[in-house]
Design a binder for this molecule. Structure first.
Ligand code: MTE
Ligand code: MO
Length: 426
């Protein structure tokens, strides 16, 4: 025992010396608890026998201790689960890539089971040669791999009038960020030939899915030829059924509703269709009762994922990692500022990597928490110079009738116990 306390004393001194040398102030975060700890001094069951062999789980799932990191739905939001939404557990994730298995789902008529063999993609309308591709056909076109976020336009929609849902998962979890592999939409449109469409300015494509809802949307030709992907892989593997297996459309930076799943048809048209999904839904009603339409881009936005209501501070005062996500449908994130006092003062957070266009950025701010209450906010800046607005600034322009496109600054109140709650400082 005296031997181990000597060792622990020595290692504590070494640790503190190291911390001082790097200028960090980790105080008692790690060194003090070693003495007499049976997790160190006793042989534990995991070391007393053998673990699982390979092939115990041919396709692995997260270990059981992580079984709370799951999509969750808010039952009162929708009448049934067929036309509904659930939320990504962004509070519990780190980095930027969302695993497909916990990436939020939004279906208008349920997730369908569609075999690759039964898959067909039609391109028709104002094209030189109408074409139908099988899944195998798509695999023979030159491929690209790119990472993008998908945000449902309704993300944070419940927070327009005031703080409502208590957790980053529920207020901001209609988002995911995946690495997609597929063929550019431009490649397929050019394969069908666009001479028949004449002047491409003012032309549109209408895209629809194979599910009963079809979720049809009109996309301006300029965007279709710019950066849209017809994707068949996400994060390296086949799309999950709920994300559109076998093929979905990727519309970088634009509202999730346009990312048609189970993509079955692309029609080149000389006017938009004005479908349900782009008239009665996914439009923004202003204070005077008129509605804005064609509000496709998801403007810059950010959220502190921890601490947050589902991620209280449990370690007391001292070193604290504040972290979150930022994104912009207009480009790359260049900076994220964090406020501890509800927007009175700001400090610049660290980006985990330089921002990538239309993809999630992870930010960190390392502070020495003095244990006093905080009103935590984050504010994203993108490479167009756009700064994420406060909720007041947003309401001055948009009024109180909107649901979609709420990118206002979020506040978490953290009390001296480290518990966090959704509040509004506008
Ligand atoms: N065919 C089809 N595509 C669809 C939908 C749908 O119901 N059917 N929902 C849309 C909406 S509103 C969103 S936000 C995204 C959600 O994609 P996800 O379920 O992969 O998260 O898919 C879009 N594409
Ligand atoms: Mo959506």
């Amino acid at each position: 025992m005296s031997d181990s306390s000597t060792k622990s004393g020595a290692s504590r001194r070494a640790f503190l010396k190291g911390a001082a040398a790097t200028g960090a102030a980790f105080g008692a975060t790690g060194a003090a608890r070693a003495e007499g700890d049976p997790l160190i001094t006793e042989v534990q069951y995991w070391a007393a026998g053998l673990g699982d062999g390979v092939d115990a789980t041919p396709y692995g799932m997260p270990i059981e201790f992580e079984d709370h990191v799951i999509r969750r739905n808010v039952e009162w939001l929708t009448a049934d689960t067929i036309s509904s939404i659930n939320f990504t557990p962004i509070h519990a994730l780190d980095g930027t890539i969302t695993p497909q298995g916990c990436a939020f789902e939004r279906h208008h008529s349920g997730a369908i089971t569609l075999k690759k063999e039964d898959y067909r993609l039609m391109i028709n309308g104002l094209v030189d040669t109408p074409l139908v591709f099988s899944y195998a056909d798509l695999e023979r076109f030159p491929r690209v791999t790119r990472t993008f976020f998908l945000e449902c336009a309704a993300n944070t929609g419940m927070e327009w009038a005031g703080a409502q849902l208590n957790g980053a998962q529920y207020t901001h979890g209609m988002i995911h960020n995946m690495e997609y592999t597929g063929v550019t939409l431009r490649t397929l449109l050019e394969e069908a030939g666009l001479d028949a469409a004449g002047d491409l300015a003012g032309k549109w494509v209408y895209v629809e899915g194979a599910d009963a809802s079809s979720n049809g949307r009109s996309i301006p030709m300029e965007k279709a030829l710019d950066d849209c992907l017809v994707a068949f892989k996400a994060n390296g593997e086949a799309l999950r059924m709920e994300h559109g297996y076998p093929v979905r459309l990727v519309v970088p930076g634009w509202e999730g509703n346009m990312w048609v799943k189970w993509l079955r048809r692309i029609e080149v048209m000389d006017a938009p269709v004005e479908s349900r999904e782009e008239t009665s839904k996914y439009t923004d009603t202003m204070a005077d009762g008129t509605s804005r339409k064609w509000t496709w881009t998801m403007d810059a936005k950010s959220i502190i994922t921890s601490p947050s209501p589902q991620m209280p501070i449990t370690h007391g005062k001292g070193p604290l990692v504040i972290t979150g996500l930022a994104w912009s449908g207009n480009g790359a994130i260049t900076a994220v500022d964090v406020s501890l006092d509800g927007g009175v003062t700001w400090q610049e957070a660290r980006l985990a990597e330089p921002g990538k266009p239309m993809a999630l950025s992870r930010f960190y701010l390392d502070i020495d928490w003095d244990g006093s209450e905080m009103f935590l906010q984050s504010r994203a800046v993108d490479d167009t110079g756009y700064v994420q607005p406060t909720k007041t600034q947003l309401r001055e322009v948009r009024g109180l009738n909107s649901i979609y496109h709420n990118n206002g600054i979020q506040t978490w109140h953290v009390n001296a116990e480290g518990e966090a709650n959704n509040v509004e400082v506008s």
